[in-house]
Design a protein around this ligand. Sequence first.
Ligand code: MYA
Length: 153
Amino acid sequence: MTFIQDQLADNHCFGCSPDNPHGHHIKSTWDGERSICHFSPKPWHCAGSPHYVYGGLIASLIDCHSVCTAIAEAYQREGRAIGEGETIFYVTGSLNISYLKATPIAGPLVLEARLSEAGRRKSVVLCTLSVNGELCAKAELVAIRVPASWGEA
Ligand SMILES: CCCCCCCCCCCCCC(=O)SCCNC(=O)CCNC(=O)[C@H](O)C(C)(C)COP(=O)(O)OP(=O)(O)OC[C@H]1O[C@@H](n2cnc3c(N)ncnc32)[C@H](O)[C@@H]1OP(=O)(O)O
């Protein structure tokens, strides 16, 4: 299976870099229309209750999965394989999440994302998070394309 994150070079992101030793290491697949990510929370990812997932973790997973989806779609729109040629880099402009149900920590968490808008610099990604087929959270993320030099000190 090919994952978006394994095709992106120079990525240090806490949520999605394969090389950040302290990160979540999320893995997303892209089928040309939608992306899927499975994540199994650890017991310490709990909210106030040990049975449910911390909302900040949910936001973090949705953030990275959605931005990686925007990047994958942008490569596709340019007729390139993910990671091929000049780097395409997006950052989060805004993220709006609705927490619909407490998310069972037993997981696995299934994230599914697709684009609702794809402009020159701005993409809007709709993402859902479900456990055992039950929708627990949904989100809209605005991803903004930036130069690969973004964030250089
Ligand atoms: C190094 C290579 C790495 C490669 C691997 C990568 C994988 C990484 C995966 C990482 C995953 C983790 C991800 C992370 O954690 S990324 C870290 C969290 N995000 C940030 O730190 C972003 C900080 N903000 C900025 O840098 C700038 O404000 C940005 C770049 C966002 C826009 O500033 P800029 O001056 O450039 O923008 P513009 O004014 O020309 O507007 C352009 C368009 O964008 C629209 N807009 C602007 N802002 C917002 C907003 N807040 N909400 C909604 N929309 C917004 C605007 O209306 C306009 O749209 P339109 O009028 O054209 O329709």
